[in-house]
Ligand binder design. Sequence first.
Ligand SMILES: [Zn+2]
Length: 263
Amino acid sequence: MQRKRKSLSDKTRFEIFKRDSFTCQYCGKMAPTVVLECDHIDPVANGGSDEMMNLVTSCETCNSGKRARLLSDNAVLTKQQAELCSLAERRKQLLFLKQWRDELQKTDNEAFEFVRNEIETEMSVEFMLSPKHIKTLLKLENLKYVLMAIPIVARRFNGVLIEDDVRQFSQTVSRFATYKREEEEQPEYRHIGFIIGALKKRGGSNRWVPRIVDVLKQIVDAGFSIEGYVKWADGRTYYQFIEQATKDLKEIAPLTEVSDVLD
Ligand SMILES: [Zn+2]
């Protein structure tokens, strides 16, 4: 007892008494009715420290060990310990949140690196897509489809990526990634690419491509196969093709709105 008192400065003792409203935290008796002391909750003999959280206001009687020393629920320290527990819990949760965010960030960075690597593998790169371009790409389409699209688009750009083409390159990758995803979701769509490839031989404006894709998708969605068009498209122009496909669509799905397919 004597030893404990000596180890604490008057200042510390005053801070503890003040925190505990000069009230014994075991029995609730107040100064000056009782003589107050500072009690180490975890005894010094056990290695208990002089930190505020290990010190509590106690009357002489309680501190003498003549009573069971149980902190009352109203004890300031009990409340602070409860707060500390919830604080520790909150810290733990924040830490989890941070780790989770870090993991997400790591995944984002990995995806980012995969895209860069794939472009560098497939093309001679004079100018790389900016992080912003890549992030936009990955926001629009799943990494898997972006990676599938890159080699296809790389061939279209003759394996070279220059600064002037960067914007168009990333737009094309995005479009092809969508085709790849749609192909997977609707296997019949896979013929669309072949049909457009066949029609391309006759040249013509690429402005027809979205319309061809649209009418072919409508035919597939109406429950019909478009495989037969792959051969039929060979040697035909975009216009001839769209005229025929629109006519077919009207026959197989008369209720489908196709009036805006042709100008
Ligand atoms: Zn007491």
